[in-house]
Write a protein of this length. Structure first.
Length: 623
């Protein structure tokens, strides 16, 4: 059945009537001070190099933390959902163990997304030195930020709500997991969503209302205001024949205002959506600042977990199941530390083998680069206080999720599967100097890379387009550095190494697509100019030639914080997310996605949490 398409042009004037009066100077003072303090902290902040902050003084002592029906490790996009849904069953006791703490007023500001990465809310992982990507970064190491909080990475992420294309899920179905076809996962997207039905006058937004939910916990909005470039950018897409569509209705080619997980312009994390409403339930025990070091597995059955909290070790037991939801980096690490992983690798780290599985052997990531453009729009000349006033009304530059304004999905000639867009372009606006530029530190850039590539001319209105290759064929690895649980694992994304060069060809096609967009009448109208990267490594190549762009891609191409595939379905877990060969143990988070998605991973992780909760309930015969 073809869904009925509705274009709703609402006349609700959004942004009036929420919260505070404009003249609430105390609150403005508070936020101004908060932001300035956080800027100072970010400038000084040194990312953790390991997890030693959790390490107890003594290895020997061990305190019993009791027995629960279920233990969930990690309260991120997926774990938060499971904690909520399992505690709907009154007589199930659930322990949720999270290494981080609570989000705060600063992480709630959408525009501060990337600056929050320079704080304890980020684990601060870096890849091992790379040979094919991230060459313009310090020691050729790509950043691998991950959130550490109740809410996990949703406390620091870019807030884009993107389900992924039908074909992503149908590909899994074809790999032998029919229960994960698009038709089978759609009800769980609908269950999770509180999708918008009204927005500002004049914004053209398309919604396939048949496939959206209104009663779910996860709020979605369209941020305001749109950037100045936004109408030109949408116009450019239309000039090339691409339409404004609902990109969360299966995802064909097209463009849209980016839907975001915000409420009145504030971050709406998995914590707010799923944990907060369940926190007061008597059957949910949450323990924060607690770092799981190992699963206890007896006779091929997971029976408990060991964790470090406040200088001591604890052991908690599970009578029904343990669900590991620590994310694509930490879940495989915990499994390997517990004896589940590749036999040879575990042997080399002197870990007793419990189950030989290819954990961490096929890490996949989206690869992206950013291009910068000037236009003849002038910069907003606003002080921080004005932005704060707008934010308190739920609008403006601080309420806009830093990296995402419009996004579009397109299919290049590299992808041969039909209706399976393989590139994404994101318009990243510049709302004047609403935030300080910490890009050099966040992206781990060499000084020369920053000076010749990222740094913006303050006299021109410079916006960015982020280009992602979506169907990554290169695979990397995640391995233990040692058998010490407080060492960070070794992350090797190994991008752009696929045999047939599909990954680099895809990104090159994305660049061609961007060049077409900026040459349209709509973009010419604002005198859009590419800021040509001046990277020294590429200086001798003919500007804008294919070898030039390939050089740029190797220098600044990097993983875009969407790692998957480290505990993939079919290799490590079955289609019910149960670990092969170990009873009472599941993995549920982005690590189980066998392929990169045609979209961003947060919404699929939430869907996954909804679906696996139902799987568990039905196995135990409850609803
Ligand atoms: C900067 C950034 C921007 C992003 N932007 C977007 C976006 O705009 N849209 C989108 O869809 N996706 C985005 N993503 C990706 C997306 O947020 C993640 O893919 C998704 O949140 C992953 O969910 P998860 O359930 O796998 O794990 P997570 O949400 O990472 O949760 C794992 C949790 O486990 C905890 N944990 C880990 N190890 C342990 C341990 N040993 N003991 C106890 N607890 C532990 C962690 O602290 C964390 O809370 C972004 C990611 C980043 C880093
Ligand atoms: C967060 O801000 C609100 C006002 O928006 C304030 O009432 C609250 O005390 C702040 N929280 C903290 C921890 O400072
Ligand atoms: C181990 O598990 C097997 C199969 O589940 C069972 O038959 C056996 O009795 C168990 N042994 C012990 C010592 O628990
Ligand atoms: C940027 O911020 C500073 C400090 O708040 C302010 O003085 C300056 O006018 C701002 N510039 C622009 C272009 O908005
Ligand atoms: C921007 O550039 C276009 C094309 O060169 C020109 O027509 C237009 O007048 C310029 N606008 C401004 C504000 O300078």
């Amino acid at each position: 059945m073809i869904p009925i398409r509705v274009i709703i042009l609402s006349v609700l004037v959004f942004g009036s009537g929420y919260g505070v009066e404009e003249d609430d100077t105390n609150l403005v003072d508070y936020y101004e001070q908060l932001i300035n303090i956080e800027y100072e902290n970010a400038a000084k902040y040194k990312l953790d190099k390991n997890a030693k902050r959790y390490k107890p003084d003594s290895e020997k002592q061990n305190t019993d933390f009791g027995t629960y029906d279920f233990i969930i490790v990690g309260s991120g996009s997926t774990g938060s959902v499971i904690a909520n849904r399992l505690t709907e069953i009154n007589n199930w006791n659930v322990l949720l163990i999270e290494a981080g703490g609570y989000e705060n007023n600063f992480t709630d500001i959408p525009a501060m997304t990337t600056i929050s990465l320079l704080s304890d809310y980020n684990w601060g992982f870096l890849s091992v030195p790379q040979k094919t990507s991230c060459l313009g970064m310090k020691n050729q190491r790509c950043p691998f930020p991950r959130g550490r909080a109740l809410g996990g990475t949703t406390v620091v992420n870019g807030l884009a709500y993107s389900r992924g294309s039908q074909e992503s899920f149908n590909q899994w179905a074809k790999m032998g997991f029919p229960e994960w076809s698009y038709d089978k996962v759609l009800p769980y997207y609908i269950k999770a969503e509180d999708y918008p039905t009204e927005w500002k006058e004049g914004q053209e937004i398309v919604i396939d209302s048949d496939v959206h939910g209104k009663d779910g916990p996860l709020i979605v909005e369209f941020s305001e205001p749109e950037s100045k470039e936004y109408p030109n950018y949408i116009g450019a897409n239309e000039d090339l024949g691409y339409k404004v569509i609902d990109l969360n209705a299966g995802t064909d080619e097209g463009v849209s205002k980016a839907p975001t997980n915000t409420q009145h312009g504030r971050r709406y994390s998995a914590y707010k959506a799923y944990i907060k409403p369940a926190e007061s339930r008597g059957n949910l025990k949450i323990i924060t600042q607690s770092y799981v070091t190992k699963l206890i597995i007896e006779n091929s059955t997971a029976t408990g977990v060991r964790f470090a909290h406040n200088g001591k070790y604890y052991t908690a037991k599970a009578s029904k199941e343990i669900i590991v939801s620590a994310g694509s980096i930490s879940s495989p690490q915990i499994l390997m530390l517990s004896g589940i992983g590749p036999k040879k690798h575990l042997k080399s780290k002197k870990i007793n083998l419990i189950k030989n599985l290819e954990v961490g052997s096929a890490l996949r990531e989206h690869i992206g680069i950013s291009l910068y453009f000037s236009s003849n729009y002038t910069l907003e000349n606003k002080q921080l206080r004005e932005y704060i006033q707008e934010f308190l009304r739920g609008v403006g530059g601080l309420a806009a999720p830093g990296p995402n304004d419009a996004f579009g999905f397109y299919q290049t000639k590299v992808e041969t599967i039909e209706n399976y867009p393989d590139i994404e372009l994101i318009l990243v606006p510049n709302f004047g100097n609403v935030t300080k530029d910490f890009s050099e530190k966040i992206l781990n850039l060499k000084d020369v890379t920053y000076q010749t590539y990222t740094k913006q001319d303050p006299n021109k209105r410079i916006f960015r387009i982020d280009l992602f290759g979506l169907h990554t064929h290169s695979t990397g690895t995640l391995r233990l550095n040692s058998n010490n649980p407080f060492d960070y694992p070794l992350i090797d994304p190994n991008l752009l190494t696929d045999k047939n060069n599909r990954d680099i060809n895809t990104l090159f096609e994305a660049i061609n697509m961007v060049m077409k967009l900026i040459q349209t009448p709509s973009m010419k109208k604002i005198d859009t100019q590419l800021v040509i990267p001046q990277l020294p490594a590429c200086r001798n190549l003919k500007k804008l030639s294919q070898p030039f762009w390939e050089c740029v891609i190797h220098q600044v191409g990097h993983p875009v914080y969407h790692p998957v595939g480290t505990c993939p379905m079919g290799q490590v877990v079955d289609e019910n997310l149960k670990v092969y060969g170990v009873d009472k143990l599941r993995v549920a988070d982005a690590s189980i996605f066998p392929l990169t998605l045609t979209g961003h991973p947060n919404a699929p992780c939430v869907m996954l949490g909804e679906k696996v909760s139902d799987i568990i309930k039905s196995l135990y015969g409850v609803k």
